[in-house]
Design a protein around this ligand. Sequence first.
Ligand SMILES: Nc1ncnc2c1ncn2[C@@H]1O[C@H](COP(=O)(O)OP(=O)(O)O)[C@@H](O)[C@H]1O
Ligand SMILES: [Mg+2]
Length: 347
Amino acid sequence: MSSLSLAGVTKRYGATTALTDVRLDIEDGEFFTLVGPSGCGKTTTLRTVAGFEDPTEGTVRFGDEDVAGLPPEDRDVGIVFQQYSLFPHMTVEENVAYGLRFTDREDGARVAELLDLVGLAGMRDRDPGELSGGQQQRVALARALAPSPDVLLLDEPMSALDARLRERLRREVRRIQRETGVTTLYVTHDQAEALAVSDRVAVMSEGRVEQVGTPREVYREPATRFVAEFVGENNVFDGTAAGDGVEVGDATFAVEGDTPSGEAVTLCVRPESMRVDAGANTLTGTVDYAEFLGEAVRVGLTWQDREVVVRVDAAGVDRLPETGESLTVGFDPESVVRLDATASDTT
Ligand SMILES: Nc1ncnc2c1ncn2[C@@H]1O[C@H](COP(=O)(O)OP(=O)(O)O)[C@@H](O)[C@H]1O
Ligand SMILES: [Mg+2]
């Protein structure tokens, strides 16, 4: 096992800058996730850790060792990619044994142990073509873990699977990671998945790390507007501090904390913190849509040319509001997260 750190990592491909000054410190045994939209640099970061790419600037360390110039096979990493990468002409057992090719470990017992770990003990003689997508990814995981790597790298390993299977497999991956204790760098564009599985996450945008924190921290205390809007949903209001609150459009909202009058203030209110016909701060908008989601009802409003989203428990809703209807919603000062100009400038 090993900690993993990146310091000042920048990666350029010709005129394209894929990564800018990426700094990450991942602890030994941690399940750490890179999350961000497509093209933000997740795979490039992972490939740099694996040794498939050299950083243009900056260093990558496994524990205390600077791994610059070390080829992937000398880095003690196990990798699982998005696409099923099993050898179709080899059985499950042979695929897992392939993971041991650079080691002098005895195959049979180790392969059986790994198939047990990923819950596929009964499938050792099957061909990959006889397995479901989720089972194939478990074999890929067993193969990656076979040589007991210092670091496990997973690049969107579930994105080809359907939603329900993805949820099941992510719990399996987390269980296996806990059992093995392997330091894990996981990549996903799915923020809900990132929150569900990780010890900590790094939210990335356009080649930069916007924030590193526990799932709870990035959700509750987003450091930037990008994080506020990418992790979960948020209503973001740009306003101006006034004596008794924050002016947003024609409204003045009461908030916690003081800001000198005239300064720009950005307020974030989660859809689930908004209530219908209630709250110290209210706004009346026009309903664009109302969605029944089973456990919740989600309503989109237009208020003073802004889109506002409200999410309420479906149990309390007898009738969905209709498009074009006027609706008053509100929120309390303690549910506002402030993203002040000074806070978002620090990244
Ligand atoms: N080999 C490459 N040559 C040129 N540009 C690349 C290469 N690999 C990645 N990029 C660019 O770097 C950026 C980050 O890509 P990537 O790391 O694949 O993002 P993600 O995995 O988050 O979707 C993108 O703009 C992508 O087009
Ligand atoms: Mg990618």
